[in-house]
Design a binder for this molecule. Structure first.
Ligand SMILES: [Zn+2]
Length: 208
């Protein structure tokens, strides 16, 4: 008979608990200094720029770029055995903070610094949700009126969440959607479409 060994979960106390409680609501939030407006992560009591202790938990849009990564080929804990090789990434969020998280749905060969990524939320059990990232793939530029107007529109589609995650969460079974607009909808907890389509990054629909 097979037994399943659970993965270790993040610590849930103090400011860390705040961060993960927002994740549970599928919101990626970081502290932001009320005085100098600097975002920060990991959570801490005092701003490293101006030393103010006043802050708010502000919501990140969830988009960023791959800053660095490591690929694990041999699980150091049995709870991760089904997922090797897996990618632990440092993501540079558009808000300016960096965070460590899994990057899913892309193989080691597809990794490159600057890869556009977006957060997704993996409900690993009844209490815990892990923020993870997946790739946004730029699929085209310069089309129709857009090209004539001289504007550059960037279109994206979302890659799949990837193997080894399917047991966790309904998100992983959805085939949907795409691009940043779709991703934002997902972050907001709205239902995803069932078909893989592309939408515009700027939330402007492609002219028909
Ligand atoms: Zn500050």
């Amino acid at each position: 008979m097979m037994t399943t060994i659970d993965r270790p979960l993040p610590r849930r106390d103090g400011l860390h608990a705040k961060f993960y409680n927002y994740c549970r609501r599928h919101e990626l939030r970081f502290q932001r200094c009320s005085q100098c407006r600097t975002w920060r992560h990991l959570p801490r009591e005092v701003c490293h720029v101006c030393t103010s202790s006043e802050y708010m938990w502000e919501r990140s849009a969830g988009f960023g770029r791959l800053y660095s990564w490591t690929v694990t080929h041999s699980a150091l804990h049995p709870g991760f055995a089904d997922d090797v090789p897996y990618i632990s990434a440092i993501v540079h969020l558009d808000e300016g903070v960096r965070m460590v998280a899994d990057l899913t749905g892309v193989g080691p060969a597809g990794l490159a610094a600057g890869l556009r990524v977006v957060v997704w939320f993996d409900d690993v059990d009844q209490q815990t949700t892990m923020p993870r990232f997946r790739q946004l793939i730029e699929v085209s530029t310069h089309r129709g009126k857009v090209a004539r107007a001289g504007h550059r529109r960037r279109r994206y589609r979302l890659c799949s969440i990837g193997r080894g995650r399917r047991r966790h969460h309904s998100d992983a079974r959805r085939s949907g959607p795409t691009a940043e607009r779709g991703a934002l909808a997902a972050i907001d907890g709205q239902r995803w479409g069932s078909r893989l389509t592309s939408v515009l990054r700027s939330a402007r629909r492609r002219p028909s």
